[in-house]
Design a protein around this ligand. Structure first.
Ligand code: SAM
Length: 247
């Protein structure tokens, strides 16, 4: 599974990090910083080359650790450094930390690439202390399903433009060619799977955010302003039940 990430880590680093991507710069990194503010020990699961961990570490003065199973990501994360306490090569399904070790856990655009979400969410709930926070950022599982997209239909008169939603209920594994020669594996599952996994692992959802695509992203293509009423991102913020998981 992660061999595709090994092969395409360089593509990710070039296209989406170090200021290259307006969605990260204007929206994702500020959200990650805001939602982990005030938490001293933070774990980022699926850290990639570390941009989320670095942003949190420098803005919030938190002690941040990042894990990722992909050698080519973790090596680059270590090279880029920043005020991050450390990086480890590990999988979201088996976090190499004691229970309750962190005040907050964040995972950003990772769980849509893993075949099962229950074990990673169980692990995140285990390593966060009672009363601590789990922040999940994913591609919006309803509006960004495989087959979704902006339709400019000139067969009809007058032409019709709308956002098509692909099949929502069936779970689906797809390998998408996101750019010529770059294949990335995605797992679609309905939103209820994420919400129910939070509930099952005693993570009380405090808030859900569906942000409007930011201006820098909307400016990238002529059809994006029309599609700007459709969220690309979904954020779930959960608090670990204190009563049932007292440390
Ligand atoms: C889209 S990148 C996001 C990287 C980083 N979170 C960011 O926002 O810049 C997805 C990352 O998920 C990692 N990943 C894939 N499978 C994983 C797993 N089972 N456990 C943890 N991370 C995984 C990949 O190696 C890759 O670095």
């Amino acid at each position: 599974m992660s061999d595709l990430w090994e092969r395409h880590a360089g593509w990710w680093q070039q296209e989406f990090t170090d200021g290259a991507d307006p969605e990260y710069e204007e929206q994702i990194l500020p959200l990650a910083v805001e939602l982990t503010a005030g938490f001293a020990r933070v774990l980022e699961v699926g850290t990639g080359e570390g941009q989320v961990a670095r942003a949190i570490g420098s803005a919030n003065t938190s002690m941040v650790i990042g894990i990722d199973p992909t050698t080519n990501q973790i090596t680059e994360a270590s090279r880029r450094g920043g005020v991050v306490a450390g990086y480890s090569q590990a999988d979201a399904a088996a976090l190499p930390f004691r229970s309750g070790a962190f005040d907050a856990v964040v995972t950003c655009l990772v769980l849509e690439h893993v075949p099962d979400v229950h074990q990673p969410i169980s692990e995140m709930a285990r390593v966060v202390r009672g009363g601590g926070r789990v922040v999940l950022l994913i591609n919006h599982p309803l509006l960004q399903t495989p087959g979704s997209g902006w339709i400019d239909d000139h067969i009809l008169d007058p032409p019709e433009q709308y956002w098509r939603v692909g099949p929502y209920l069936p779970e689906a594994e797809t390998v998408e060619e996101v750019e010529r020669g770059v294949h990335i594996r995605f797992f679609h599952r309905p939103l209820s799977h994420y919400v129910n996994a939070f509930a099952e692992h005693q993570l009380l959802i405090e808030r859900m955010i569906e942000p409007r695509p930011p201006p820098g992203f909307v400016a990238l293509a002529p059809e994006y302003p029309d599609a700007a009423t459709i969220p690309r991102l979904l954020v779930l913020i959960g608090t670990k039940n204190l009563a049932r998981h007292a440390q």
